[in-house]
Design a protein around this ligand. Structure first.
Ligand code: SF4
Length: 206
């Protein structure tokens, strides 16, 4: 896995910009002491270790699911009771932590989003444009799918025998290859963080 900037660039930065705007103190003006927003973050009891304080004084995090003592199963039960049984875990469309099942779901249910992620995958091949311009070129090529094959041609219909042999994976890792990283992603609990030690095992590399 190459260095990712997705959470910081696409989530945290815009949220902080918006919060400062709401508070009436856009960057770089100083936010006075005692002026803050309360931000609710949906961390359930199974992942309480992902609950963190905000890193700036003008935002204060609250975790209502922890206050309610709700687990992931409680959330799913509640969603089902409201007719939302098939709510997927949250993540970006073009997330490199997707498993084959998530890629197939996009391909088979939303042709326009599939075209979008295939195009995005092609666009990242040479790495980050800004880093390249500043002389920090990507060594190699970047791909969204662990096979390091362009997404539109990648083997997403099953975990191939070649992948199993190459990665020497067991049943648990094969499950992640099929279903992706179990965690959803929020600005304050990136799904990539939870999986960091195991990334090499899953071939999530450039
Ligand atoms: S879901 Fe999280 S880890 Fe995946 S691309 Fe989005 S911000 Fe990055």
């Amino acid at each position: 896995m190459t260095r990712r900037q997705c959470t910081g660039e696409y989530k945290i930065k815009p949220i902080k910009q918006k919060v400062r705007q709401i508070l009436g103190h856009p960057y770089p003006s100083h936010v006075p002491k005692g002026v803050f927003v309360e931000q609710w973050v949906g961390i359930s009891t199974d992942e309480f270790h992902r609950a963190k304080d905000a890193d700036v004084k003008y935002m204060r995090n609250r975790h209502p699911l922890l206050d309610l003592d709700w687990s992931r199963a409680d959330c799913i039960r509640y969603l089902a009771s409201r007719g939302l049984a098939d709510t997927p875990k949250s993540s970006c469309l073009g997330c490199p932590f997707h498993g084959n099942a998530q890629w197939r779901h996009i391909r088979d249910t939303s042709p326009s989003e599939w075209a979008d992620v295939v195009e995005f995958d092609a666009a990242i091949r040479q790495g980050n444009a800004r880093a390249n311009a500043s002389g920090k070129r990507l060594l190699g090529e970047a791909f969204l799918h662990r096979s390091r094959v362009p997404l539109g041609e990648a083997p997403i219909d099953h975990v191939t025998a070649a992948e199993r042999a190459e990665l020497q994976i067991g049943t648990g890792a094969a499950e992640v290859l099929e279903n992706g990283v179990v965690d959803g992603c929020s600005p304050w609990a990136c799904r990539g963080d939870a999986d960091a030690p195991a990334q090499d095992d899953f071939g999530l590399a450039t």
